[in-house]
Design a protein around this ligand. Structure first.
Ligand SMILES: C[S@@+](CC[C@H](N)C(=O)[O-])C[C@H]1O[C@@H](n2cnc3c(N)ncnc32)[C@H](O)[C@@H]1O
Length: 170
């Protein structure tokens, strides 16, 4: 399907609720989950990291703030969320790449990331989108191991590479 016609569930469920997304995440102490996720990912300077479904950039910006020597790319289909992410990154003077796109059709070369992260995002996908996203992630990240539900639950090695957490693109 052409990208312009694809729908997606935006960060707060509806476009008009987007301004309330960051205050809500703050209220729910989302930053704690982001920190845990970053700890599990065992990031190292010099790596290249992709966050799929970066929304307003909370995790993407936090990774770059904690690890300035990491190249961080955030991907999201929602241009309004990406605008917010860009403004936040500018305010905090962190340099991140923010791309528009879908997690199940990644436009990056194979094996171009050391880690692929996501937070509060997989429940926005339909079943077939989840499956295709996992295929895309394994192709783009430096691993060929798919995370089994059991491994994900136990937080064993593959979970470090795949973390967890539909408006039409304009
Ligand atoms: C709840 S927000 C999470 C934002 C951010 N990861 C965070 O932790 O604050 C979920 C995001 O997933 C994005 N999303 C929805 N469908 C997507 C898809 N197919 N591919 C990539 N991102 C998608 C939404 O636009 C939204 O910004």
């Amino acid at each position: 399907m052409p990208r312009a016609q694809r729908t997606y569930i935006p960060a707060a469920g509806h476009d008009w609720l987007l301004p309330f997304y960051d205050p809500f995440v703050k209220l729910m102490r989302g930053a704690l989950a982001h920190r845990q996720l970053i700890d599990q990912a065992h990031l190292q300077p010099g790596q290249r990291i992709l966050e799929i479904g970066c929304g307003t950039g909370n995790l993407t910006i936090l990774v770059k703030t904690l690890y300035p020597a990491i190249e961080v790319v955030g991907l999201d289909p929602d241009p309004k969320a990406l605008d917010r992410a860009r403004r936040k990154a500018d305010r905090q003077r962190v340099s991140v790449e923010l791309d528009r796109g879908f997690s199940d059709e990644l436009q990056y070369p194979d094996v171009s990331f050391d880690r692929v992260l996501s937070a509060f995002m997989f429940h926005h996908l339909k079943r077939d989108e989840k499956k295709q996203s996992l295929h895309e992630i394994t192709a783009r990240a430096q691993t060929r191991r798919l995370p089994t539900p059991a491994r994900l639950w136990r937080g064993t090695r593959p979970f470090r590479r795949f973390s967890r957490s539909p408006t039409s693109p304009k």
